[in-house]
Design a protein around this ligand. Sequence first.
Ligand SMILES: [Zn+2]
Length: 134
Amino acid sequence: MAFRTDIFWKSACGRCPDCGAPIRAMGDQTGRFARLWDTPTHCAGCGMTLRRKEGFFLGAIVWNYGLTAFGVLPLVLVAYRLGWIGGDWAVRLAVGAIFVVPPLIHAFAWRLWIGTYYGFLPDQLPSGGRRLDD
Ligand SMILES: [Zn+2]
């Protein structure tokens, strides 16, 4: 099983992992801020279901947690260790980060998860024969 990096990067960059079109239609009215946590249910180009049935979101949660716990919180620890902030501020920033960062990277985590899933299982893409309604 070879990981398809092209599928992963298409998805990570906001494109459909199957057709490569932007997942949002040109006239999409979703605000810029709301796009941080909103992932469309279907691809605007081919109609592929991006938000699949129950349980599929767990992969996005793993990405979200991983990016927060191992990407953002270490920055707070490094800032504390280097003496840029005190212990009280390190705690405040860490607690603030665990509440603020996950919603802000929600859509990005979804895209990473979709790219990971279809990168490992490209035969699950609609162009590979899977139904569009799942
Ligand atoms: Zn598509």
